[in-house]
Design a protein around this ligand. Structure first.
Ligand code: GDP
Length: 436
């Protein structure tokens, strides 16, 4: 049974921990979109390590990791990660497969990203400036360079020359030499070759051989290029549709969707965040939750759980169950609020609007629930949670429309509740998720 694990909010939901926890149940972990703007924090022998591009499944012996055609690959970032892993004693070996159809991030994409943000001024998106957006622009503009193009041919030379020429027209104060870019690409292609191949075919073969695939999303549904808060979004489909197009697998290969949502809401970068708390409470959530970007260190904006947004993500992705993370961050609060709708003038919205001019002026409608004084931190059994925390989760299930199959009560893998009376019991047979 193949399961997709994806973000049900604005990214940073804690997908890394959930994916890491579930990985031993799968033969393959496959990423379908985004680039090295994702940041999964993992600990290897007590050392903090952030994986940006390679699925964290690489830390599990015997698990194959796949980077699909929907991902944009920065060869420098890829090699840096492979080298860092090697320094920690983890050999990628033949366990990594990168789609030959994946598009590349080139040096001029990073520059164009920075320039595009500067030009937008006040309306900037808040990108990670890693060239991801411009690489996707070139893909859609049909001038992108793919992994399989990295061979010494006239076609590649022409493409690089034209692209660098176009870049030199836009950025006039420095000129880039296309031959240097071309030579670098050939060298990178050479090194990358052993890891590249036909991902769609490999996944089909893996499934036929009886292996389960964990399909790993980056960012979150509200940052999806089509279904998120456009234009304050990422440049790819983080929602479930991206899994099929970004890996070359049919919809019937996705047997279940596990959404990941924090017990509150965060967002990094610009754009609407209806439940944002700008005062003391926002600061409290940021500090307790250590809400600073894993890739950029930027402080995240924080707010209460937005059930309108999560319900929307449940619908768009067909989420069967949620993994609720960071419950412990709410420990000790007198009350916890849940946003169930938005007031706009004299209207009440219960569906997330497309038009940002509507989202902007909306006021969240809150229900206030009693907080809990005894800690949830580290709790591993649902019954052992304080009554108020259980009531809060039950209410989140009602307003979100799906069960909370996993509840995370700390960053360690052991600090997790697997609710076997929910779908989790079917997906991950009894007692089989090792928490230690
Ligand atoms: P991702 O991009 O969705 O994987 O999320 P990030 O890695 O950016 O953020 C997750 C951060 O929260 C990591 O530092 C995790 O160690 C941490 N984390 C995950 N689950 C929990 C939890 O239940 N409680 C606490 N306190 N931290 C958690």
């Amino acid at each position: 049974m193949n399961i997709a694990v994806l973000g049900a909010q604005w990214g940073d939901e804690g997908k890394g921990k959930i994916v890491d926890l579930l990985t031993p149940h799968f033969g393959v972990v496959a990423r379908y979109q985004g680039g090295h703007n994702a940041g999964h924090t993992v600990y290897v022998n007590g050392k903090k390590f952030v994986l940006h591009l390679i699925p964290s499944g690489i830390l599990h012996a015997g698990v194959r990791c796949v980077i699909g055609n929907g991902v944009v690959v920065d060869p420098q970032a890829l090699f840096a990660e492979i080298d860092e892993l090697a320094a920690l004693g983890i050999e990628v070996g033949d366990r990594l497969l990168i789609s030959e159809k994946a598009h590349l991030i080139l040096p001029y994409h990073r520059e164009l990203d920075v320039l595009s943000e500067a030009r937008r001024g006040e309306r900037k998106i808040g990108t990670t400036s890693r060239g991801i957006g411009p690489a996707y622009e070139d893909k859609i503009g049909r001038r992108g360079i793919r992994v399989c193009d990295l061979v010494d041919t006239q076609a590649l030379a022409d493409e690089v020359r034209e692209n660098v020429h176009a870049r030199n027209q836009i950025i006039r104060d420095t000129k880039m030499d296309w031959r240097a870019v071309y030579e670098q690409l050939l060298a990178q292609g050479e090194r990358m070759r052993r890891w590249t191949g036909d991902v769609s075919l490999a996944l089909d073969q893996a499934m036929r051989a009886g292996h389960r695939i964990l399909i790993e999303g980056a960012q979150g549904t509200m940052l999806d290029i089509d279904h998120g808060t456009y234009p304050y979004v990422t440049s790819s489909n983080a929602s479930i549709g991206g899994a099929c197009t970004g890996l070359g697998i049919p919809p019937r290969a996705v047997h279940g969707v596990l959404g990941v949502a924090k017990a509150y809401t965060t967002r990094v970068g610009e754009g609407p965040l209806p439940t944002e708390l700008t005062g003391e409470m926002g600061e409290r959530l940021r500090e307790s939750g250590q809400e600073y970007g894993a890739s950029t260190g930027r402080p995240r904006r924080c707010g209460w759980y937005d059930a309108v947004a999560v319900r929307y993500a449940v619908r768009v992705n067909g989420i069967d169950a949620l993994a609720l993370t960071k419950l412990d961050v709410l420990d000790g609060l007198e009350r916890v609020d849940i946003c169930t709708g938005y007031a706009v003038g004299d209207r009440t919205l219960t569906e997330f609007p497309a038009d940002l001019n509507t989202v902007g002026p909306c006021t969240p409608i809150y229900e206030s629930w009693p907080g809990w004084s005894s800690p949830t931190k580290g709790v591993t059994r649902f019954e052992q949670l304080p009554t108020e925390a259980r009531r809060y989760i039950a209410r989140l299930e009602e307003v979100s429309g799906v069960p909370m199959a996993v509840v995370s009560t700390g960053s360690d893998r052991g600090e997790t509740i697997i609710r076997e009376d929910t779908l989790a019991g079917r997906w991950f047979p009894q007692g089989s998720v090792r928490l230690a």
